[in-house]
Ligand binder design. Structure first.
Ligand SMILES: [Zn+2]
Length: 179
């Protein structure tokens, strides 16, 4: 018997899903993306209800994956500008923010003459609120070069500064006690 494919376009929670029913596939359900649209390959006998349940599960998985994707340099700059506006009255005006693989000792650095911020690429895998905290730290350096009381008052405006510092201290500690 020749295998046949039946294609169907459905909408699940407002999102387009291309459903390919194959007579050849008996049990497996697989998913991929075609031009941003979820494509599900399903056994021919699966009910509409089951298809929608699977589509929802795959959509969830894909959006979690997208959330884990590291921020691009453009996204970092947009984020830094937003953090500046929210916590530092928009005073620091970063010109460029980028990931750097050259920084092993520091989580970030700032060149105040050019408004350039670099973040250690090691932060990429860390939670975004930790990245945000390092961004706020570097943004504050565009106002205050040292780490004195006025600097501390600036970074304290970001609510998770203490938590992020503890997180990063834990990472550094683990680095130095690797074996
Ligand atoms: Zn600093």
């Amino acid at each position: 018997m020749a295998s046949r494919q039946l294609q169907q376009q459905i909408t699940v929670d407002g999102q387009q899903v291309l459903v390919v029913r194959s007579t050849r596939r008996t049990r497996t359900i697989s998913a991929d993306q075609v031009a941003g649209t979820l494509r599900l390959r399903v056994p021919v006998r699966l009910s509409q209800r089951e298809i929608e349940d699977h589509a929802r599960a795959f959509q969830k998985k894909l959006s979690r994956r997208a959330a884990r994707r590291p921020r691009s340099d453009e996204e970092l700059l947009a984020r830094a500008s937003a953090l500046s506006a929210r916590y530092l009255d928009g005073v620091p005006q970063p010109e460029a923010v980028s990931w750097s693989t050259q920084q092993h000792q520091r989580w970030g650095s700032t060149t105040s003459t050019t408004g350039t911020i670099r973040l250690s690429s090691r932060l990429r895998e860390m939670p975004v609120w930790v990245q945000d905290s390092v961004l706020v730290h570097e943004l504050a350096h565009l106002i205050e070069p040292g780490h004195g009381p006025s600097f501390k008052a600036l970074v304290a405006k970001y609510p998770r500064t203490g938590e992020a510092d503890a997180f990063l201290a834990g990472v550094s500690w683990a680095d130095h006690h690797a074996d």
